[in-house]
Design a protein around this ligand. Structure first.
Ligand SMILES: Nc1ncnc2c1ncn2[C@@H]1O[C@H](COP(=O)(O)OP(=O)(O)OP(=O)(O)O)[C@@H](O)[C@H]1O
Ligand SMILES: [Mg+2]
Length: 249
């Protein structure tokens, strides 16, 4: 996926300012009701919907720019931790499905509390604390985008639960995202990474989105010296992302 010309890239970039203004305005109305006036439950619902959609536009604009940069080989390596990256991705995905959980995750002071909020919402984080808190050198924005894409798919298709597993070898961070939904038939395992590819399941499972998320996530993982694959799983869909990283300080 690549942005065809500089005007389009600028257009996508410039979308971010008006979206930020909508986001800040909606948050002010929700968070400062003593100043701006108390919202009725119906008004609050409308403002929350506006906020969720502003976040969606921001996510799309960021994804397009990051994938475009990745296609040009541009990566920005910095210090981070897997726990920060996963937390940011989970906060963003929950912001769309359940903003109250998103706020609770954002404020979670420890990994134990983060885990308990997640498991109360049927998301299971299976990784050692020492591993999650280790300083790594990676392009945080790109890894976070890969995770938001995989998590938003898992949230869309899960029956009830999502499992997040992290492991590492000497050179790579490996994160597995598995859900308990209908899964993906073997015959589509290659195609689902194609741009705009979506399939309609036999039970008429509704198709949402654009079929761009996985193509972008795969391009990002490859730009980070790794890859993204769909592995056979007894139940649901299981994606494994691998990105190169260094744990040197
Ligand atoms: N966890 C999953 N369970 C079942 N099917 C999935 C899952 N993840 C992806 N798919 C299938 O792969 C297709 C492509 O996924 P992809 O993320 O690229 O696009 P999308 O989610 O449909 O739209 P977008 O990500 O652009 O909003 C989906 O339309 C769906 O058919
Ligand atoms: Mg998607």
């Amino acid at each position: 996926m690549s942005i065809k010309n500089i005007q389009t890239a600028h257009l996508v970039h410039d979308l971010k300012n008006p979206v930020n203004i909508i986001e800040t305005g909606a948050r002010s109305l929700l968070d400062n009701q003593e100043r701006y006036g108390v919202l009725t439950p119906k008004q609050e619902k409308v403002v929350r919907r506006m906020l969720r959609n502003a976040l969606r536009i921001r996510h799309l604009a960021n994804s397009m720019l990051e994938v475009d940069m990745a296609s040009m080989g541009i990566v920005k390596i910095g210090k981070s931790t897997l726990s920060d990256i996963l937390k940011t991705a989970l906060v963003e995905v929950f912001d769309i499905v359940d903003p109250l959980v998103s706020d609770a995750l954002e404020d979670a002071p420890t990994l134990d509390i983060l885990r308990s909020i997640l498991s109360a919402n049927h998301i299971f984080l299976e990784a050692e604390d020492s591993h999650l808190n280790r300083t790594i050198r990676v392009d945080e924005t790109k890894l976070c985008l890969i995770m938001t894409n995989l998590l938003s798919n898992a949230f869309k298709y899960k029956e009830k639960s999502v499992y997040l597993k992290c492991s590492e070898d000497t050179e790579y961070i490996i994160v597995t995202v598995r859900d308990d939904g209908p899964g993906i038939p073997d015959c589509y395992h290659k195609q689902i990474f194609d741009q705009y590819f979506q399939y309609i399941t036999v039970d008429g499972f509704p198709v949402r989105g654009h079929g761009l998320g996985l193509a972008g996530a795969q391009a990002l993982a490859e730009a980070l010296g790794g890859g993204l694959s769909l592995v056979k799983s007894p139940q649901g869909a299981e994606f494994v992302v691998r990105v190169k990283c260094s744990t040197k300080k």
